[in-house]
Design a protein around this ligand. Structure first.
Ligand code: HEC
Ligand code: HEC
Length: 306
């Protein structure tokens, strides 16, 4: 029996002006064998790839079930939406995909800092809208099932191996804790001016980011901006997470997105791509961001959060 999934892809790319952002419906058909055994995503054997079939244990040398899952399900699901930047480096994106399923598997499993961890610990799931789109719910389901299979197979924290490591705190939880540790007064004193910061030729941040477009929320309402930056995905513009070698959550670090965004090389072609306006934040605003992030991290590290 054949099964097909219809995905609506939301795209908001191709123009600097958010007024021009549109919802572009795109149709992708994923077919696979469906034997109706209800095992859900992740056990399919259809499609291309290295062809591990059935429910055998990981094969040595010639790939694994998780690898086969990536190549037959994950790659086709994200190649178009994510590969446009993450296979090419366009827009300054880090490269963790490639043009073929197997080269992409090599790239994504070799990427540092690693994305291979249970979904609750992986930045692949926990990045959301940024320069690129968020994963759609369907894509997120496919990617999550694969990450869980990798964790199982590699015996990572949260994986269901013979000797599962205790999961401990997750990146997901750490982001919530960081949010609860953010302080409105501290934000007002240090970051109230950020939305009004100027770019070289395209006006103030708030002119484009007043509703959170591009995953950056900077409106002229300080309380609202504070509240939104406590939430995912906006909080990722302040901090990001790392995992250690067994896939357990390791730490939160400043992501410096508000500072670095304006400084990054603008090597893209403005005719065809969405290039961000250049800016260099005034020292006071830069220090303000660092103060908010570092003080919050310090409270969080010292268990001094409310
Ligand atoms: C238009 C280009 C573009 C597209 C399309 C795009 N991204 Fe990105 N992505 C970037 C850029 C630029 C960065 C670096 C800045 C940042 O961290 O957000 C990035 C960073 C990331 C990171 C952070 C990597 C790390 O080391 O923590 C993840 C994860 C990510 N993208 C996932 C995705 C996924 C998943 C998709 C598809 C749903 C996608 N991206 C589509 C441009 C893009
Ligand atoms: C003319 C409109 C415009 C202005 C003005 C603007 N931005 Fe953006 N910004 C965008 C667009 C479009 C995106 C999504 C595409 C991209 O990342 O380039 C974005 C994305 C971002 C991101 C998230 C993506 C990443 O790489 O982390 C950050 C952070 C950001 N902007 C910061 C700022 C800051 C800070 C200012 C003010 C100093 C500013 N922007 C001014 C249009 C604008």
């Amino acid at each position: 029996m054949k099964r097909s999934l219809l995905w609506l892809i939301t795209a908001c790319l191709g123009s600097l002006s958010f007024a021009a952002c549109t919802q572009q419906p795109g149709t992708f058909i994923l077919s696979g064998d469906d034997d109706g055994d209800g095992e859900g995503a992740g056990t399919g054997t259809g499609g291309s790839g290295s062809g591990t079939t059935g429910s055998g244990s990981p094969t040595s040398g010639g790939g694994s079930n998780a690898q086969a899952m990536f190549e037959s399900q994950v790659f086709p699901a994200i190649a178009t939406d994510c590969g446009s930047c993450h296979a090419t480096g366009d827009m300054g994106a880090p490269v963790f995909l490639a043009s073929s399923p197997s080269a992409s598997y090599t790239a994504i499993t070799g990427y540092s800092p690693t994305l291979i961890a249970v979904p609750e610990n992986s930045n692949l799931i926990l990045h959301g809208v940024h320069t690129g789109p968020a994963l759609t719910p369907t894509q997120e389901g496919v990617v999550s099932a694969w990450l869980q299979a990798e964790a199982d197979e590699r015996g990572l924290a949260g994986g269901g191996g013979d000797d599962p490591t205790p999961t401990g705190k997750t990146l997901d939880q750490a982001l919530d804790e960081f949010a609860n540790c953010m302080d409105l007064t501290e934000w007002e004193e240090n970051m109230a001016n950020l939305p009004r910061a100027d770019t070289a030729n395209a006006g103030e941040c708030s002119g484009c980011h007043t509703s959170g477009d591009g995953g950056a929320f900077l409106s002229l309402n300080t309380q609202e901006t504070f509240d939104m930056n406590k939430q995912f995905p906006y909080i990722k513009r302040l901090v990001t997470g790392t995992v250690n070698s067994n896939g357990a959550f390791a730490d939160l670090l400043p992501s410096n997105r508000f500072i670095n965004k304006g400084l990054e090389a603008q090597s893209c072609d403005p005719q065809t791509q969405n290039c961000h306006p250049v800016y260099n934040l005034p020292p006071g605003i830069k220090t303000g961001i660092e103060t908010v992030v570092n003080n919050t991290l310090e409270r969080w590290h010292n268990n001094q959060c409310p």
